[in-house]
Ligand binder design. Structure first.
Ligand code: M6R
Length: 617
Protein backbone atom coordinates (compact mmCIF):
# COMPACT_ATOMS: atom_id res chain seq x y z
CA UNK A 1 0.00 0.00 0.00
CA UNK A 2 1.22 3.53 -0.66
CA UNK A 3 2.83 5.52 2.15
CA UNK A 4 2.79 9.25 2.88
CA UNK A 5 4.75 11.55 5.16
CA UNK A 6 4.55 15.36 5.12
CA UNK A 7 6.55 17.80 7.24
CA UNK A 8 6.39 21.58 7.66
CA UNK A 9 8.63 23.68 9.90
CA UNK A 10 11.88 21.69 10.04
CA UNK A 11 15.13 22.78 8.48
CA UNK A 12 15.91 19.10 7.87
CA UNK A 13 12.49 18.37 6.31
CA UNK A 14 13.93 16.19 3.52
CA UNK A 15 15.93 13.94 5.87
CA UNK A 16 12.89 13.68 8.12
CA UNK A 17 10.77 12.64 5.13
CA UNK A 18 13.29 10.04 4.00
CA UNK A 19 13.41 8.64 7.54
CA UNK A 20 9.61 8.42 7.54
CA UNK A 21 9.51 6.71 4.13
CA UNK A 22 12.04 4.19 5.41
CA UNK A 23 9.68 3.42 8.29
CA UNK A 24 6.90 2.82 5.74
CA UNK A 25 8.92 0.43 3.57
CA UNK A 26 7.34 -2.61 5.26
CA UNK A 27 4.06 -1.74 3.48
CA UNK A 28 5.57 -2.60 0.12
CA UNK A 29 6.00 -0.12 -2.74
CA UNK A 30 7.39 0.12 -6.23
CA UNK A 31 8.53 3.76 -6.48
CA UNK A 32 9.20 6.71 -4.19
CA UNK A 33 9.31 10.48 -4.46
CA UNK A 34 9.51 13.75 -2.58
CA UNK A 35 8.44 17.34 -3.22
CA UNK A 36 9.67 20.44 -1.38
CA UNK A 37 7.98 23.83 -1.50
CA UNK A 38 9.01 27.45 -1.26
CA UNK A 39 7.53 30.69 -2.52
CA UNK A 40 9.31 30.40 -5.89
CA UNK A 41 8.74 26.85 -6.93
CA UNK A 42 8.16 23.23 -6.10
CA UNK A 43 10.99 20.72 -6.52
CA UNK A 44 10.11 17.13 -7.23
CA UNK A 45 12.47 14.15 -7.27
CA UNK A 46 11.03 10.66 -7.82
CA UNK A 47 12.28 7.30 -8.88
CA UNK A 48 10.93 3.86 -9.67
CA UNK A 49 12.19 1.05 -7.48
CA UNK A 50 13.56 1.09 -3.99
CA UNK A 51 14.12 4.06 -1.72
CA UNK A 52 17.88 3.83 -2.38
CA UNK A 53 17.19 5.01 -5.94
CA UNK A 54 15.46 8.13 -4.59
CA UNK A 55 18.24 8.72 -2.06
CA UNK A 56 20.86 8.52 -4.83
CA UNK A 57 18.87 10.95 -6.98
CA UNK A 58 18.64 13.36 -4.03
CA UNK A 59 22.40 13.08 -3.49
CA UNK A 60 22.84 14.26 -7.08
CA UNK A 61 20.15 16.92 -6.75
CA UNK A 62 19.88 17.91 -3.07
CA UNK A 63 16.67 19.63 -1.97
CA UNK A 64 16.59 22.05 0.93
CA UNK A 65 13.35 23.37 2.34
CA UNK A 66 11.38 23.44 5.57
CA UNK A 67 8.32 21.96 3.88
CA UNK A 68 7.88 18.77 1.92
CA UNK A 69 5.89 15.62 1.30
CA UNK A 70 7.21 12.16 0.52
CA UNK A 71 5.43 9.17 -0.93
CA UNK A 72 6.02 5.49 -1.58
CA UNK A 73 3.74 4.21 -4.32
CA UNK A 74 2.14 0.82 -4.76
CA UNK A 75 0.87 1.05 -8.32
CA UNK A 76 -2.87 0.85 -8.99
CA UNK A 77 -3.26 2.91 -12.19
CA UNK A 78 -0.28 2.92 -14.53
CA UNK A 79 3.00 1.04 -14.56
CA UNK A 80 5.43 1.41 -11.69
CA UNK A 81 7.92 3.82 -13.31
CA UNK A 82 9.45 7.28 -12.71
CA UNK A 83 6.63 9.05 -14.53
CA UNK A 84 3.87 7.49 -12.49
CA UNK A 85 5.68 7.84 -9.16
CA UNK A 86 4.24 10.51 -6.82
CA UNK A 87 4.32 13.50 -6.25
CA UNK A 88 2.45 14.81 -9.28
CA UNK A 89 2.17 18.46 -10.22
CA UNK A 90 -0.04 20.52 -12.50
CA UNK A 91 1.68 21.55 -15.77
CA UNK A 92 2.73 24.97 -14.38
CA UNK A 93 4.32 23.40 -11.29
CA UNK A 94 2.14 25.43 -8.93
CA UNK A 95 0.57 22.57 -6.96
CA UNK A 96 1.91 19.14 -6.04
CA UNK A 97 -0.06 16.21 -4.74
CA UNK A 98 0.53 12.76 -3.28
CA UNK A 99 -2.34 10.34 -2.93
CA UNK A 100 -3.13 6.95 -1.43
CA UNK A 101 -6.25 5.17 -2.66
CA UNK A 102 -8.18 5.20 -5.91
CA UNK A 103 -10.03 8.16 -7.42
CA UNK A 104 -13.07 6.48 -8.87
CA UNK A 105 -14.11 9.40 -11.09
CA UNK A 106 -10.67 10.47 -12.32
CA UNK A 107 -11.56 10.01 -15.98
CA UNK A 108 -14.63 12.21 -15.62
CA UNK A 109 -12.53 14.83 -13.77
CA UNK A 110 -9.82 14.71 -16.44
CA UNK A 111 -12.44 15.28 -19.11
CA UNK A 112 -13.76 18.31 -17.17
CA UNK A 113 -10.32 19.96 -17.54
CA UNK A 114 -10.61 20.04 -21.34
CA UNK A 115 -7.56 19.75 -23.53
CA UNK A 116 -4.88 19.39 -20.85
CA UNK A 117 -1.78 17.24 -21.14
CA UNK A 118 -1.19 14.76 -18.35
CA UNK A 119 2.33 13.75 -17.44
CA UNK A 120 1.41 10.37 -15.93
CA UNK A 121 -1.07 7.51 -16.30
CA UNK A 122 -2.23 7.84 -12.70
CA UNK A 123 -5.64 8.70 -11.35
CA UNK A 124 -3.97 11.00 -8.78
CA UNK A 125 -2.45 13.63 -11.07
CA UNK A 126 -5.84 15.10 -11.88
CA UNK A 127 -6.13 16.39 -8.29
CA UNK A 128 -3.08 18.65 -8.78
CA UNK A 129 -4.57 20.05 -12.01
CA UNK A 130 -7.90 20.70 -10.33
CA UNK A 131 -6.32 22.46 -7.35
CA UNK A 132 -4.21 24.66 -9.66
CA UNK A 133 -7.32 25.57 -11.64
CA UNK A 134 -9.09 26.59 -8.41
CA UNK A 135 -6.11 28.75 -7.35
CA UNK A 136 -6.03 30.43 -10.74
CA UNK A 137 -9.65 31.46 -10.31
CA UNK A 138 -9.00 33.21 -6.95
CA UNK A 139 -8.00 36.87 -6.53
CA UNK A 140 -6.24 35.91 -3.35
CA UNK A 141 -5.09 32.32 -3.82
CA UNK A 142 -5.89 30.15 -0.81
CA UNK A 143 -4.69 26.53 -0.90
CA UNK A 144 -7.08 25.37 1.81
CA UNK A 145 -10.11 26.72 -0.04
CA UNK A 146 -8.84 25.28 -3.33
CA UNK A 147 -8.45 21.82 -1.75
CA UNK A 148 -11.90 22.00 -0.17
CA UNK A 149 -13.34 22.69 -3.61
CA UNK A 150 -11.36 19.85 -5.19
CA UNK A 151 -12.28 17.37 -2.49
CA UNK A 152 -15.95 18.15 -3.01
CA UNK A 153 -15.51 16.73 -6.53
CA UNK A 154 -13.60 13.54 -5.65
CA UNK A 155 -15.22 10.13 -5.52
CA UNK A 156 -13.44 7.02 -4.31
CA UNK A 157 -10.92 6.34 -1.59
CA UNK A 158 -8.19 8.80 -0.72
CA UNK A 159 -5.77 10.19 1.74
CA UNK A 160 -4.40 13.08 -0.24
CA UNK A 161 -1.88 15.85 0.50
CA UNK A 162 -1.23 19.11 -1.33
CA UNK A 163 1.47 21.78 -1.29
CA UNK A 164 1.53 24.92 -3.45
CA UNK A 165 3.87 27.80 -4.14
CA UNK A 166 1.05 30.15 -3.14
CA UNK A 167 1.14 29.01 0.48
CA UNK A 168 4.55 27.36 0.85
CA UNK A 169 4.47 26.73 4.64
CA UNK A 170 1.20 24.89 4.42
CA UNK A 171 0.28 21.28 3.71
CA UNK A 172 -3.41 20.63 3.17
CA UNK A 173 -4.67 17.06 3.50
CA UNK A 174 -7.99 15.26 3.14
CA UNK A 175 -9.20 11.79 4.03
CA UNK A 176 -11.88 9.45 2.81
CA UNK A 177 -11.66 5.67 3.30
CA UNK A 178 -7.84 5.62 3.48
CA UNK A 179 -5.96 6.37 6.71
CA UNK A 180 -4.33 9.72 7.42
CA UNK A 181 -2.68 10.85 10.65
CA UNK A 182 -1.83 14.46 11.54
CA UNK A 183 0.32 15.80 14.38
CA UNK A 184 2.04 18.92 15.70
CA UNK A 185 5.06 18.92 17.98
CA UNK A 186 7.80 21.44 18.82
CA UNK A 187 6.83 23.92 16.11
CA UNK A 188 6.60 21.26 13.38
CA UNK A 189 3.46 20.04 11.61
CA UNK A 190 3.26 16.47 10.30
CA UNK A 191 0.99 14.21 8.35
CA UNK A 192 1.41 10.53 7.50
CA UNK A 193 -0.54 7.58 6.26
CA UNK A 194 0.61 5.49 9.19
CA UNK A 195 1.92 6.26 12.71
CA UNK A 196 5.07 4.27 11.98
CA UNK A 197 6.33 7.24 9.94
CA UNK A 198 5.93 9.70 12.85
CA UNK A 199 6.94 7.62 15.83
CA UNK A 200 10.47 9.11 15.98
CA UNK A 201 9.04 12.64 16.26
CA UNK A 202 5.85 12.46 18.30
CA UNK A 203 3.51 9.97 19.88
CA UNK A 204 0.54 12.34 20.25
CA UNK A 205 -1.30 12.16 16.96
CA UNK A 206 -4.78 12.52 15.51
CA UNK A 207 -6.41 10.26 12.94
CA UNK A 208 -8.62 12.17 10.52
CA UNK A 209 -12.09 10.76 10.09
CA UNK A 210 -13.77 10.32 6.70
CA UNK A 211 -14.65 13.68 5.15
CA UNK A 212 -12.15 15.65 7.25
CA UNK A 213 -9.64 18.11 5.83
CA UNK A 214 -6.66 19.54 7.73
CA UNK A 215 -4.40 22.54 7.24
CA UNK A 216 -0.98 21.82 8.67
CA UNK A 217 1.52 24.62 9.35
CA UNK A 218 4.43 25.07 11.78
CA UNK A 219 1.90 26.84 14.05
CA UNK A 220 -0.52 23.95 14.35
CA UNK A 221 -3.12 21.75 12.71
CA UNK A 222 -6.70 22.92 11.97
CA UNK A 223 -9.21 20.19 11.15
CA UNK A 224 -12.50 20.93 9.41
CA UNK A 225 -15.13 19.42 7.17
CA UNK A 226 -15.47 20.18 3.49
CA UNK A 227 -17.51 23.32 4.28
CA UNK A 228 -14.76 24.65 6.52
CA UNK A 229 -16.61 24.00 9.80
CA UNK A 230 -14.12 23.00 12.54
CA UNK A 231 -14.43 19.32 13.54
CA UNK A 232 -12.58 16.98 15.91
CA UNK A 233 -10.38 14.16 14.60
CA UNK A 234 -9.71 11.06 16.69
CA UNK A 235 -6.79 12.01 18.96
CA UNK A 236 -4.66 9.31 20.55
CA UNK A 237 -1.32 8.59 22.15
CA UNK A 238 0.84 5.91 20.56
CA UNK A 239 2.40 3.63 23.11
CA UNK A 240 3.32 0.80 20.73
CA UNK A 241 6.91 0.10 19.87
CA UNK A 242 8.03 0.45 16.28
CA UNK A 243 7.47 -3.18 15.40
CA UNK A 244 3.87 -2.96 16.58
CA UNK A 245 3.41 0.38 14.84
CA UNK A 246 4.33 -1.17 11.50
CA UNK A 247 1.70 -3.77 12.12
CA UNK A 248 -0.66 -1.02 13.25
CA UNK A 249 -1.05 -2.58 16.64
CA UNK A 250 -1.66 -6.13 15.38
CA UNK A 251 0.67 -8.85 16.60
CA UNK A 252 1.32 -10.19 13.09
CA UNK A 253 1.01 -9.06 9.50
CA UNK A 254 -1.32 -12.00 8.85
CA UNK A 255 -3.79 -10.74 11.46
CA UNK A 256 -3.50 -7.18 10.14
CA UNK A 257 -4.16 -8.44 6.61
CA UNK A 258 -7.16 -10.50 7.75
CA UNK A 259 -8.58 -7.29 9.21
CA UNK A 260 -7.79 -5.30 6.07
CA UNK A 261 -10.17 -7.44 4.03
CA UNK A 262 -13.19 -5.11 4.19
CA UNK A 263 -11.08 -2.30 2.68
CA UNK A 264 -9.29 -4.57 0.19
CA UNK A 265 -12.58 -5.94 -1.13
CA UNK A 266 -14.11 -2.45 -1.26
CA UNK A 267 -11.10 -1.24 -3.28
CA UNK A 268 -11.37 -4.21 -5.65
CA UNK A 269 -15.02 -3.39 -6.31
CA UNK A 270 -14.38 0.32 -6.71
CA UNK A 271 -14.75 2.02 -10.08
CA UNK A 272 -16.01 -0.98 -12.05
CA UNK A 273 -18.92 0.56 -13.96
CA UNK A 274 -18.38 2.95 -16.87
CA UNK A 275 -21.25 5.07 -18.07
CA UNK A 276 -20.69 5.44 -21.85
CA UNK A 277 -20.60 9.04 -23.18
CA UNK A 278 -23.65 8.36 -25.40
CA UNK A 279 -25.75 7.84 -22.27
CA UNK A 280 -26.31 4.07 -22.77
CA UNK A 281 -26.40 1.66 -19.81
CA UNK A 282 -23.32 1.51 -17.57
CA UNK A 283 -20.90 -1.29 -18.48
CA UNK A 284 -18.58 -3.31 -16.30
CA UNK A 285 -14.92 -2.87 -17.19
CA UNK A 286 -11.69 -4.60 -16.25
CA UNK A 287 -8.52 -2.57 -15.61
CA UNK A 288 -6.48 -3.20 -18.72
CA UNK A 289 -8.57 -5.20 -21.15
CA UNK A 290 -6.73 -5.46 -24.42
CA UNK A 291 -8.87 -8.29 -25.78
CA UNK A 292 -11.53 -7.31 -28.25
CA UNK A 293 -15.06 -7.91 -26.93
CA UNK A 294 -16.05 -9.74 -30.14
CA UNK A 295 -13.14 -12.11 -29.63
CA UNK A 296 -14.25 -12.76 -26.05
CA UNK A 297 -17.84 -13.28 -27.19
CA UNK A 298 -16.60 -16.21 -29.34
CA UNK A 299 -14.81 -17.99 -26.44
CA UNK A 300 -16.12 -21.54 -26.06
CA UNK A 301 -13.89 -22.85 -23.26
CA UNK A 302 -11.94 -21.40 -20.33
CA UNK A 303 -8.89 -22.68 -18.46
CA UNK A 304 -8.24 -21.11 -15.07
CA UNK A 305 -4.60 -21.66 -14.09
CA UNK A 306 -3.07 -20.89 -10.72
CA UNK A 307 -1.26 -22.33 -7.69
CA UNK A 308 -2.08 -22.69 -4.00
CA UNK A 309 -4.56 -20.23 -2.61
CA UNK A 310 -5.01 -18.56 -6.01
CA UNK A 311 -6.13 -21.93 -7.38
CA UNK A 312 -8.86 -22.10 -4.74
CA UNK A 313 -10.09 -18.66 -5.81
CA UNK A 314 -10.07 -19.98 -9.38
CA UNK A 315 -12.45 -22.75 -8.35
CA UNK A 316 -14.99 -20.08 -7.37
CA UNK A 317 -14.22 -18.43 -10.72
CA UNK A 318 -15.32 -21.62 -12.50
CA UNK A 319 -18.66 -21.57 -10.68
CA UNK A 320 -19.18 -17.88 -11.50
CA UNK A 321 -18.28 -18.16 -15.20
CA UNK A 322 -20.33 -21.30 -15.80
CA UNK A 323 -23.30 -19.83 -13.91
CA UNK A 324 -23.34 -16.33 -15.40
CA UNK A 325 -21.56 -16.61 -18.74
CA UNK A 326 -22.46 -20.22 -19.60
CA UNK A 327 -18.96 -21.20 -20.76
CA UNK A 328 -17.37 -24.52 -19.68
CA UNK A 329 -14.39 -23.97 -17.39
CA UNK A 330 -11.52 -26.22 -16.28
CA UNK A 331 -9.49 -25.15 -13.27
CA UNK A 332 -6.00 -26.55 -13.26
CA UNK A 333 -2.84 -26.49 -11.17
CA UNK A 334 -0.50 -24.34 -13.28
CA UNK A 335 2.48 -26.66 -12.84
CA UNK A 336 0.49 -29.56 -14.32
CA UNK A 337 -1.06 -27.69 -17.24
CA UNK A 338 2.28 -26.63 -18.64
CA UNK A 339 3.53 -30.21 -18.98
CA UNK A 340 0.60 -31.75 -20.78
CA UNK A 341 -1.09 -31.28 -24.15
CA UNK A 342 -4.25 -29.38 -23.30
CA UNK A 343 -6.68 -28.81 -26.14
CA UNK A 344 -6.31 -25.07 -26.62
CA UNK A 345 -7.17 -22.91 -29.63
CA UNK A 346 -7.91 -19.22 -30.29
CA UNK A 347 -11.44 -19.72 -28.91
CA UNK A 348 -10.05 -20.86 -25.57
CA UNK A 349 -9.60 -18.22 -22.88
CA UNK A 350 -6.85 -18.64 -20.28
CA UNK A 351 -7.35 -16.89 -16.95
CA UNK A 352 -4.17 -16.90 -14.89
CA UNK A 353 -4.55 -15.98 -11.23
CA UNK A 354 -1.62 -14.88 -9.11
CA UNK A 355 -1.31 -12.50 -6.19
CA UNK A 356 2.32 -11.70 -6.95
CA UNK A 357 2.17 -12.04 -10.72
CA UNK A 358 5.64 -13.57 -10.44
CA UNK A 359 4.86 -17.24 -9.75
CA UNK A 360 6.90 -19.04 -12.37
CA UNK A 361 4.51 -21.98 -12.75
CA UNK A 362 1.56 -19.68 -13.45
CA UNK A 363 3.54 -17.46 -15.83
CA UNK A 364 4.78 -20.52 -17.75
CA UNK A 365 1.31 -22.10 -17.88
CA UNK A 366 -0.16 -18.86 -19.24
CA UNK A 367 2.50 -18.75 -21.97
CA UNK A 368 1.80 -22.40 -22.78
CA UNK A 369 -1.78 -21.30 -23.51
CA UNK A 370 -0.68 -18.19 -25.39
CA UNK A 371 1.69 -20.25 -27.56
CA UNK A 372 -1.44 -22.01 -28.81
CA UNK A 373 -3.01 -18.61 -29.56
CA UNK A 374 -5.36 -18.48 -26.57
CA UNK A 375 -5.96 -14.97 -25.23
CA UNK A 376 -4.87 -14.58 -21.59
CA UNK A 377 -6.47 -12.58 -18.79
CA UNK A 378 -4.39 -12.10 -15.63
CA UNK A 379 -6.06 -11.66 -12.27
CA UNK A 380 -3.25 -10.14 -10.31
CA UNK A 381 -2.49 -7.99 -7.25
CA UNK A 382 0.78 -6.44 -8.38
CA UNK A 383 0.59 -3.81 -11.11
CA UNK A 384 3.25 -4.21 -13.74
CA UNK A 385 4.22 -7.73 -12.58
CA UNK A 386 5.44 -10.18 -15.21
CA UNK A 387 2.09 -11.97 -15.52
CA UNK A 388 0.20 -8.68 -15.81
CA UNK A 389 2.62 -7.37 -18.44
CA UNK A 390 2.48 -10.50 -20.56
CA UNK A 391 -1.31 -10.96 -20.42
CA UNK A 392 -3.74 -9.60 -23.00
CA UNK A 393 -6.09 -8.31 -20.35
CA UNK A 394 -5.69 -7.62 -16.64
CA UNK A 395 -7.98 -7.30 -13.67
CA UNK A 396 -6.16 -6.06 -10.59
CA UNK A 397 -7.24 -7.11 -7.11
CA UNK A 398 -6.54 -3.87 -5.30
CA UNK A 399 -5.63 -5.63 -2.04
CA UNK A 400 -2.44 -3.66 -1.36
CA UNK A 401 0.79 -5.47 -0.50
CA UNK A 402 0.39 -8.77 1.26
CA UNK A 403 3.37 -9.40 3.51
CA UNK A 404 2.44 -12.53 5.47
CA UNK A 405 3.30 -15.69 3.56
CA UNK A 406 -0.17 -17.10 4.24
CA UNK A 407 -2.44 -15.43 1.76
CA UNK A 408 -5.66 -13.92 3.17
CA UNK A 409 -6.74 -10.60 1.69
CA UNK A 410 -5.32 -11.57 -1.70
CA UNK A 411 -7.62 -14.61 -1.66
CA UNK A 412 -10.84 -12.79 -0.84
CA UNK A 413 -10.11 -10.10 -3.42
CA UNK A 414 -9.32 -12.82 -5.98
CA UNK A 415 -12.75 -14.30 -5.35
CA UNK A 416 -14.29 -10.88 -5.94
CA UNK A 417 -12.13 -10.56 -9.08
CA UNK A 418 -13.42 -13.93 -10.31
CA UNK A 419 -17.01 -12.78 -9.80
CA UNK A 420 -16.23 -9.64 -11.81
CA UNK A 421 -14.72 -11.70 -14.63
CA UNK A 422 -17.78 -13.97 -14.63
CA UNK A 423 -20.04 -10.93 -14.93
CA UNK A 424 -17.80 -9.38 -17.58
CA UNK A 425 -17.89 -12.50 -19.76
CA UNK A 426 -21.68 -12.64 -19.33
CA UNK A 427 -21.82 -9.00 -20.45
CA UNK A 428 -19.72 -9.47 -23.59
CA UNK A 429 -21.72 -12.57 -24.53
CA UNK A 430 -25.00 -10.75 -24.02
CA UNK A 431 -26.11 -13.27 -21.37
CA UNK A 432 -27.27 -10.61 -18.95
CA UNK A 433 -29.12 -7.30 -19.16
CA UNK A 434 -26.98 -4.32 -18.14
CA UNK A 435 -29.43 -3.65 -15.33
CA UNK A 436 -28.89 -7.20 -13.99
CA UNK A 437 -25.11 -6.75 -13.97
CA UNK A 438 -25.49 -3.41 -12.25
CA UNK A 439 -27.86 -4.92 -9.71
CA UNK A 440 -25.43 -7.75 -8.85
CA UNK A 441 -22.54 -5.29 -8.60
CA UNK A 442 -24.55 -3.04 -6.33
CA UNK A 443 -25.34 -5.96 -4.06
CA UNK A 444 -21.68 -7.02 -4.01
CA UNK A 445 -20.96 -3.65 -2.37
CA UNK A 446 -22.49 -5.15 0.81
CA UNK A 447 -19.57 -7.57 1.17
CA UNK A 448 -17.14 -5.23 3.03
CA UNK A 449 -19.72 -4.57 5.79
CA UNK A 450 -20.52 -8.30 5.96
CA UNK A 451 -16.79 -9.06 6.36
CA UNK A 452 -16.63 -6.52 9.23
CA UNK A 453 -19.47 -8.38 10.88
CA UNK A 454 -17.82 -11.77 10.27
CA UNK A 455 -14.60 -10.56 11.88
CA UNK A 456 -16.56 -10.14 15.12
CA UNK A 457 -16.47 -13.95 15.38
CA UNK A 458 -12.80 -13.67 16.36
CA UNK A 459 -13.37 -14.26 20.11
CA UNK A 460 -15.43 -17.40 19.49
CA UNK A 461 -12.90 -18.67 16.96
CA UNK A 462 -10.06 -18.17 19.41
CA UNK A 463 -11.87 -20.22 22.06
CA UNK A 464 -12.29 -23.02 19.51
CA UNK A 465 -8.61 -22.76 18.61
CA UNK A 466 -7.68 -23.11 22.28
CA UNK A 467 -9.77 -26.24 22.48
CA UNK A 468 -8.50 -27.87 19.28
CA UNK A 469 -4.90 -26.61 19.16
CA UNK A 470 -3.48 -30.11 19.63
CA UNK A 471 -5.71 -31.91 17.12
CA UNK A 472 -3.29 -33.73 14.85
CA UNK A 473 -5.63 -34.21 11.95
CA UNK A 474 -8.46 -31.95 10.80
CA UNK A 475 -10.75 -32.75 7.91
CA UNK A 476 -12.50 -29.91 6.05
CA UNK A 477 -15.55 -30.76 3.97
CA UNK A 478 -17.71 -28.71 1.63
CA UNK A 479 -19.77 -28.73 -1.55
CA UNK A 480 -20.14 -26.25 -4.41
CA UNK A 481 -18.57 -22.90 -3.31
CA UNK A 482 -17.89 -24.48 0.09
CA UNK A 483 -15.39 -26.95 -1.42
CA UNK A 484 -12.70 -24.43 -2.44
CA UNK A 485 -13.15 -22.78 0.95
CA UNK A 486 -12.68 -26.13 2.68
CA UNK A 487 -9.49 -26.60 0.63
CA UNK A 488 -8.30 -23.12 1.53
CA UNK A 489 -9.06 -23.74 5.22
CA UNK A 490 -6.98 -26.93 5.15
CA UNK A 491 -4.11 -25.19 3.31
CA UNK A 492 -4.05 -22.30 5.83
CA UNK A 493 -3.91 -24.70 8.77
CA UNK A 494 -1.11 -26.77 7.20
CA UNK A 495 0.93 -23.75 6.17
CA UNK A 496 1.19 -21.96 9.49
CA UNK A 497 0.47 -24.54 12.20
CA UNK A 498 2.16 -27.56 10.51
CA UNK A 499 -0.79 -29.75 11.57
CA UNK A 500 -2.22 -32.32 9.16
CA UNK A 501 -5.33 -31.09 7.43
CA UNK A 502 -7.12 -32.28 4.33
CA UNK A 503 -10.20 -31.19 2.43
CA UNK A 504 -12.73 -33.36 0.61
CA UNK A 505 -15.89 -32.78 -1.36
CA UNK A 506 -18.47 -33.74 1.27
CA UNK A 507 -20.17 -36.07 -1.22
CA UNK A 508 -16.94 -38.07 -1.60
CA UNK A 509 -16.75 -38.96 2.10
CA UNK A 510 -18.55 -42.27 1.69
CA UNK A 511 -16.23 -43.23 -1.17
CA UNK A 512 -13.22 -43.48 1.12
CA UNK A 513 -12.23 -40.57 3.38
CA UNK A 514 -14.86 -41.34 6.02
CA UNK A 515 -12.70 -44.34 6.99
CA UNK A 516 -10.31 -41.83 8.59
CA UNK A 517 -12.92 -40.59 11.05
CA UNK A 518 -12.60 -41.90 14.58
CA UNK A 519 -13.63 -40.56 17.97
CA UNK A 520 -11.78 -37.28 18.55
CA UNK A 521 -11.31 -36.37 14.86
CA UNK A 522 -12.18 -32.76 14.07
CA UNK A 523 -14.29 -32.08 11.00
CA UNK A 524 -14.84 -28.52 9.83
CA UNK A 525 -17.96 -28.46 7.66
CA UNK A 526 -18.72 -25.57 5.33
CA UNK A 527 -22.50 -25.38 5.47
CA UNK A 528 -23.62 -21.89 4.54
CA UNK A 529 -27.20 -21.34 3.35
CA UNK A 530 -27.69 -22.34 -0.29
CA UNK A 531 -28.81 -25.13 -2.59
CA UNK A 532 -26.48 -27.77 -1.07
CA UNK A 533 -27.22 -26.93 2.57
CA UNK A 534 -29.45 -29.99 3.15
CA UNK A 535 -26.79 -32.31 1.72
CA UNK A 536 -24.18 -30.80 4.03
CA UNK A 537 -26.42 -31.40 7.04
CA UNK A 538 -26.54 -35.11 6.08
CA UNK A 539 -22.75 -35.23 5.72
CA UNK A 540 -22.38 -33.65 9.16
CA UNK A 541 -24.63 -36.32 10.63
CA UNK A 542 -22.53 -39.06 8.98
CA UNK A 543 -19.25 -37.89 10.48
CA UNK A 544 -20.75 -37.13 13.85
CA UNK A 545 -22.19 -40.65 14.00
CA UNK A 546 -18.62 -41.95 13.64
CA UNK A 547 -17.34 -39.95 16.59
CA UNK A 548 -16.03 -36.75 14.97
CA UNK A 549 -16.29 -33.38 16.67
CA UNK A 550 -17.95 -31.10 14.13
CA UNK A 551 -17.41 -27.38 13.70
CA UNK A 552 -19.93 -26.06 11.18
CA UNK A 553 -19.82 -22.73 9.38
CA UNK A 554 -23.39 -21.62 8.70
CA UNK A 555 -25.41 -18.57 7.75
CA UNK A 556 -27.63 -16.45 9.93
CA UNK A 557 -31.24 -17.61 9.67
CA UNK A 558 -30.46 -21.21 8.67
CA UNK A 559 -28.40 -22.61 11.51
CA UNK A 560 -31.16 -24.43 13.43
CA UNK A 561 -30.33 -27.78 11.76
CA UNK A 562 -26.63 -27.21 12.23
CA UNK A 563 -27.02 -26.50 15.92
CA UNK A 564 -28.83 -29.81 16.25
CA UNK A 565 -26.04 -31.88 14.66
CA UNK A 566 -22.75 -30.01 14.97
CA UNK A 567 -20.84 -29.48 18.22
CA UNK A 568 -20.02 -25.87 17.36
CA UNK A 569 -21.58 -23.49 14.87
CA UNK A 570 -20.06 -20.23 13.66
CA UNK A 571 -22.75 -18.03 12.16
CA UNK A 572 -21.99 -15.79 9.18
CA UNK A 573 -24.12 -12.83 8.10
CA UNK A 574 -26.29 -13.34 5.04
CA UNK A 575 -24.21 -12.66 1.88
CA UNK A 576 -25.41 -10.77 -1.24
CA UNK A 577 -25.40 -14.08 -3.18
CA UNK A 578 -24.31 -17.68 -2.76
CA UNK A 579 -20.94 -17.34 -4.52
CA UNK A 580 -20.05 -14.10 -2.73
CA UNK A 581 -20.77 -15.95 0.52
CA UNK A 582 -17.45 -17.78 0.04
CA UNK A 583 -15.64 -14.52 0.88
CA UNK A 584 -17.29 -14.65 4.30
CA UNK A 585 -16.94 -18.40 4.95
CA UNK A 586 -13.16 -18.33 4.65
CA UNK A 587 -12.70 -15.66 7.32
CA UNK A 588 -13.34 -17.84 10.40
CA UNK A 589 -10.99 -20.44 8.86
CA UNK A 590 -8.23 -17.83 8.43
CA UNK A 591 -8.72 -16.78 12.06
CA UNK A 592 -8.83 -20.42 13.23
CA UNK A 593 -5.45 -21.27 11.66
CA UNK A 594 -3.99 -17.98 12.85
CA UNK A 595 -4.98 -18.63 16.47
CA UNK A 596 -3.91 -22.28 16.41
CA UNK A 597 -0.50 -21.33 15.01
CA UNK A 598 0.07 -18.54 17.55
CA UNK A 599 -1.12 -20.73 20.43
CA UNK A 600 1.40 -23.34 19.28
CA UNK A 601 4.11 -20.67 19.17
CA UNK A 602 4.74 -20.90 15.42
CA UNK A 603 6.13 -18.09 13.27
CA UNK A 604 2.88 -17.07 11.64
CA UNK A 605 4.22 -14.51 9.19
CA UNK A 606 7.15 -16.57 7.94
CA UNK A 607 6.29 -20.24 8.19
CA UNK A 608 9.04 -22.80 7.69
CA UNK A 609 10.00 -23.91 4.17
CA UNK A 610 7.73 -21.36 2.46
CA UNK A 611 8.43 -18.21 0.47
CA UNK A 612 5.97 -15.44 -0.30
CA UNK A 613 6.70 -15.50 -3.99
CA UNK A 614 7.67 -18.75 -5.67
CA UNK A 615 9.85 -17.80 -8.61
CA UNK A 616 11.35 -21.26 -9.11
CA UNK A 617 9.68 -24.44 -10.31
O1 M6R B 1 1.50 -15.13 -5.90
P1 M6R B 1 0.63 -16.32 -6.26
O2 M6R B 1 -0.82 -16.04 -5.99
O3 M6R B 1 0.86 -16.82 -7.63
O4 M6R B 1 1.07 -17.46 -5.25
C1 M6R B 1 0.53 -18.74 -5.38
C2 M6R B 1 0.83 -19.58 -4.15
O5 M6R B 1 2.21 -19.73 -3.99
C3 M6R B 1 0.24 -18.96 -2.88
O6 M6R B 1 -1.12 -18.73 -2.98
C4 M6R B 1 0.50 -19.86 -1.67
O7 M6R B 1 -0.26 -21.01 -1.77
C5 M6R B 1 0.21 -19.08 -0.38
N1 M6R B 1 1.30 -19.18 0.52
C6 M6R B 1 -1.02 -19.51 0.29
O8 M6R B 1 -1.22 -18.94 1.54
Amino acid sequence: MCGIIGVTGRSDAVECILGGLKRLEYRGYDSAGVVTADANDLDVVKRAGKLENLVRALDDNPLASQVGIGHTRWATHGEPNDRNAHPHTDPSGRVAVVHNGILENYQELKASLGDVRFASDTDSEVAAHLAARELERMDEPDLLLAVRRVVAQLRGAYSICFVAVDDPDTIVVAKHEAPLIVAHADGVGYCASDVAALIDHTRDVAALLDGQIARITPDGVDVMDVDGTPVEPHRFHVDWDLDAAEKQGYDHFMLKEIHEQPQAVADTLLDRLNAPPDGGPARLHLDEMRIDEHELARIDKVFILACGTSLHAGMIGKLAIEHWAGIPVDVEVASEFRYRDPIVDPHTLVIAISQSGETIDTIAAASHGRDQRAPVIALCNVVGSTLAREADGVLYTHAGPEIAVASTKAFTTQIVGCLLIGLYLAQVRGRMYASETEDILTRLQQIPAAIEQTLLLDGEVRELAERYQDTNYTMFIGRHAGLPIAMEGALKLKEISYLHAEAFPAGEMKHGPIALIEPGSLVVALAPAGHVFGKMVSNIQEVRARGASVLAIGTDGSTADLKEHAHHVLTLPEPPNELAGSVLSVIPLQLFSYHIATLRGEDVDQPRNLAKTVTVE
